[in-house]
Ligand binder design. Sequence first.
Ligand SMILES: [Zn+2]
Length: 128
Amino acid sequence: MDLNIINSIGPALTGIKALTDLVSTIKDSKIRVELNSKIADLQGSLLNARQQLLTMQEQYEAVLKENRELKQLSLPREKPTLKFGCYKFEGEEGLFCPACYDSKGKKFRAARMNSRFYQCTVCKAQLA
Ligand SMILES: [Zn+2]
């Protein structure tokens, strides 16, 4: 997202402040009150717009992150073989957690716990 939109609201608010200072020098109190009211409306709209932009930016970043994760999941996978309840990849040392690989596409090592079990170093699943 082009953040220049959000960044341009700052100077606009500064401009409004300058305008308020200028209005305070006007002798006619009726005009002064009227202008100040209009300025307050304008300021409110700008603050509102900035808040909405910030919310949209957060949502946008969340969607980007989700998109990256989905792309990662949709990449062609290596076909592992099963060994002691763990995945073994061709030409790669060690054993890996099948749950983490199947759900997140991540290769997390399975550590040997004892003669019967392996355990995923990340999700702590016991593998045998
Ligand atoms: Zn795991």
